[in-house]
Design a binder for this molecule. Structure first.
Ligand code: C5P
Length: 316
């Protein structure tokens, strides 16, 4: 008898950090963080299909983004593959296999959580295929074992993230009516930044400069009220000084966003993408039109949810 093949397609959004504070260095070499981040409407499409023979295959197709760096990485090093390994362990299915196909739309090394979204997408799909009853804590722990940003992307929407990234909570409890989305213009300056290199450089900074009293609480209140002007006052990125010093080009694009009409601009995560907060959708589109040509930019809105199974047809 032929084994039934199951397939799930997931839309996995990227993120921007509205606040990112680096509180200090931990004994394990990572940094203690406090961050508010939000899912935004640029998505990786992650298709996962079970295989009866236990093999794993991974194919990534770039849509408007350059995937050549990823193609040079052995499959075992890619976050999407490591998500399979983590889920085999979490679901106690050591011999389970699957085919993964990712359509990639989030630039690599942009600080927008592209690689983490791929992993979150695979985790979400494999949970649906292998063990829908897997408890949330085990599901999130599987994500944390792969990368610091992944639990926040698994949760999605507006998230408070602490510790190395493994402690996550939603700003708005599920079922709460979501406030109006915020509109942003995201720009990728065309070069990737290694997160590790930024954190290594941050060690030379005074950690007082990488945090800001009360910012996390202000930002939480502003996000929950849906007040774009209040959010504009409560953005902060503790990596900004370091990244501006190492990659002055990121500031050039922030200036361009500001000139185009953004209320405020910020580096996204550890960069290299920067974003401008717009008053509304129309202004966001105007800002995008004002940007230099030939640069990757996207008008996005913040989302109430994160990674989601779009459909899961059962294919005989
Ligand atoms: O966890 P992840 O592999 O995404 O982190 C990439 C790099 O960023 C780590 O190797 C580490 O150098 C740095 N990092 C850190 N503290 C964190 C998260 C990441 O130092 N909380």
């Amino acid at each position: 008898m032929r084994e039934t093949v199951h397939e799930v397609t997931v839309q996995a959004p990227g993120k921007v950090n509205l606040t990112l504070e680096i509180l200090g260095k931990r004994p394990d070499g990572y940094h203690e963080l406090r961050s508010i981040l939000m899912s935004v409407s640029v998505y990786e499409t992650v298709q996962v299909r079970t295989r009866a023979d236990g093999e794993v295959t991974l194919r990534t197709i770039g849509e408007g983004v350059d995937c050549s760096e990823l193609e040079r990485l052995p499959m075992e090093k890619q976050l999407a593959y490591r998500a399979v390994v983590a889920m085999r362990r979490a679901c106690n299915r050591p011999d389970a296999g699957c085919d993964i196909r990712i359509v990639k739309r989030i630039p690599i090394g942009a600080g927008m959580g592209g690689g983490s979204a791929d992993a979150a997408g695979v985790l979400c799909a494999l949970r649906a295929l292998w063990n829908p009853a897997l408890p949330e804590a085990d599901y999130l722990a599987a994500g944390a074992s792969i990368g610091s940003d992944i639990p926040a992307l698994q949760l999605g929407g507006a998230v408070r993230m602490e510790g190395r990234g493994e402690r996550v909570s939603r700003l708005l409890p599920p079922g709460t009516p979501s406030p109006k989305p915020f509109w942003l213009v995201v720009v990728h300056p065309g070069f990737p930044i290694s997160t590790r290199s930024v954190y290594e450089a941050v060690d030379a900074e005074d950690f007082c400069l990488t945090q800001k009293a009360g910012i996390c609480e202000n930002c939480t209140r502003s996000v929950c009220s849906g007040d774009v002007r209040a959010v504009a006052q409560s953005l902060f990125n503790g990596l900004q000084r370091t990244v501006s010093r190492l990659y002055p080009n990121t500031e050039y694009f922030e200036t361009a966003l500001g000139k185009g009409g953004a209320i405020v601009t910020l580096l996204s995560g550890s960069g290299s993408a920067v974003f401008g907060l717009a008053e509304n959708e129309e202004t966001a589109k105007q800002i995008q039109r004002s940007l230099p040509p030939n640069v990757w930019s996207n008008v996005v809105q913040t989302l109430p949810d994160g990674v989601m199974a779009a459909h899961g047809p059962l294919v005989p």
